[in-house]
Write a protein that binds this ligand. Structure first.
Ligand SMILES: Cc1ncc(COP(=O)(O)O)c(C=O)c1O
Length: 402
């Protein structure tokens, strides 16, 4: 098909040309005396993305799932009790991993579409007077349902009960796009992956680790080899890695971090919010609902759009791909067939998203959903035009008088 594929899945996301160019490098010796001049500033700048001064960032060749495994195996022992909130496919998979690693998992279930239930997490912690729960697991942004959870509220639940459990947060589809505060929320392991808000190709799992989590590692007996934090950090302190790192990924990450810091994290978050609001205006104009229940937990990086019961979500996705060269995200597991997802994170802008919304409209129409042609596009256009006028002054007509 002519033209570029419109990539609007919630990861992998579009990689900016600036990052692609930065990654296009000749290979080099990763043990050379020059290598630390790439890595040392990168390790320290990366901390700013997690908003941490006390934590350390560990970069693994891998993916978000590897980051989950690193968090669990570096800090816990077989049979340790963990509390896991489950409200979507990714929180389900992390829970399942904890069980498969031999941890004793107490699950707090919530409906898919709801956020991590901080009140019920607080109740579970209050009931654990012997402090047997060693870690609490939550997913900041459930990519499967487009739901953002309140990490600060979960921190509050721990503090209110004076509970010493570690707090582990999956920030795979939030960090770098939605405000995340490692130190302020006293997060002990924060996990992300390269292919989402960091705008990189897949291939890196990054875990930011608190001093408390590192100390827990001294007594943790789960087996870890490739994912050993201390092996990594000992070498990282010298500017190196214990194993061969993905060299292009490190150059790409340096560029990604530079781009985010040049723009300013708060501006990046505001940009994502504004784009997400436009997408939500489109969905409303279509007369469709988000999977996310409460407006306060709407995700600014992905919108999961419920389709009417007479239509299969995968038909919309297949038509979008085959007829219109548009990639939309599928409904996963319990949500298979019930929704499709529009990713709006990383390197996207209004006009790109208008293309995605137009393609989604056409595909929905073809799949038998009665959406009015142009209705979502018009609503998003209007929202973005109005909000651009407020935020981004343009010297309209400046040349006309001359
Ligand atoms: C919230 C969340 N956590 C974890 C993962 C798993 O990450 P990966 O596919 O990079 O292993 C994903 C992937 O989409 C995700 O969205």
């Amino acid at each position: 098909m002519p033209g570029r594929n419109f990539l609007f899945v919630p990861g992998p996301t579009n990689v900016p040309d600036r990052i692609l160019r930065a990654m296009h490098v000749a290979m080099e010796d990763h043990r050379s005396p020059a290598f630390p001049s790439l890595t040392k500033p990168l390790f320290s700048d990366l901390k700013k993305i997690f908003k941490t001064e006390s934590g350390e960032c560990v970069i693994f060749t891998g993916s978000g799932t590897g980051g989950w495994e690193a968090a669990l195996t570096n800090t816990l022992s077989p049979g340790d009790k963990v509390l896991s909130a489950r409200y979507g496919q990714f929180s389900h998979l992390w829970t399942d991993m904890a069980q498969r690693l031999g941890l004793d998992v107490q699950i707090v279930d919530a409906e898919w579409g709801e956020a991590a239930p901080a009140d019920r997490i607080a109740d579970a912690l209050a009931g654990d007077t012997a402090h047997e729960i060693r870690a609490v697991l939550i997913v900041h942004n459930e990519t499967a349902t487009g739901v953002r959870s309140d990490v600060a509220a979960v921190r509050k639940a721990l503090d209110a009960n004076k509970h010493p459990a570690l707090l582990f947060v999956d920030g795979v589809s939030s960090i770098g796009a939605i405000d995340f505060r490692m130190d302020e929320w006293k997060v002990d392991c924060a996990v992300t992956g390269s292919q989402k808000a960091l705008m990189l190709p897949p291939g890196a799992g990054i875990v930011c680790v608190s001093p408390k989590a590192l100390a827990a590692g001294d007594h943790a007996r789960l087996a870890r080899v490739f994912f050993n934090f201390k092996d990594q950090l000992n070498q990282n302190a010298l500017g190196y890695f214990p194993y061969t790192p993905s060299i292009p990924m490190l150059y790409g990450l340096r560029e990604s971090v530079a781009m985010l810091l040049e723009e300013g994290l708060d501006t990046v978050f505001a940009r994502h919010h504004r784009l997400a609001e436009g997408v939500r205006a489109a969905i409303k104009a279509w007369g469709l609902e988000l999977c996310a229940r409460a407006p306060k937990s709407y995700s600014d990086t992905v919108s999961a759009v419920m389709v009417p019961p007479h239509v299969k979500g995968q038909d919309v996705i297949q038509i979008a791909y085959e007829r219109y060269n548009l990639s939309l995200g599928a409904g996963l597991s319990k949500m298979a067939g019930k929704l499709f997802r529009i990713g709006h994170m990383g390197d996207v802008n209004e006009v790109m998203l208008l293309g995605a919304l137009a393609g989604a409209e056409m595909a929905m129409h073809d799949a038998g959903i009665a959406v009015r042609a142009g209705s979502g596009v018009a609503a998003a256009e209007e929202y973005w035009r109005q909000s651009a006028a407020a935020g981004r002054p343009v010297a309209v007509g400046a040349g006309a008088k001359a």
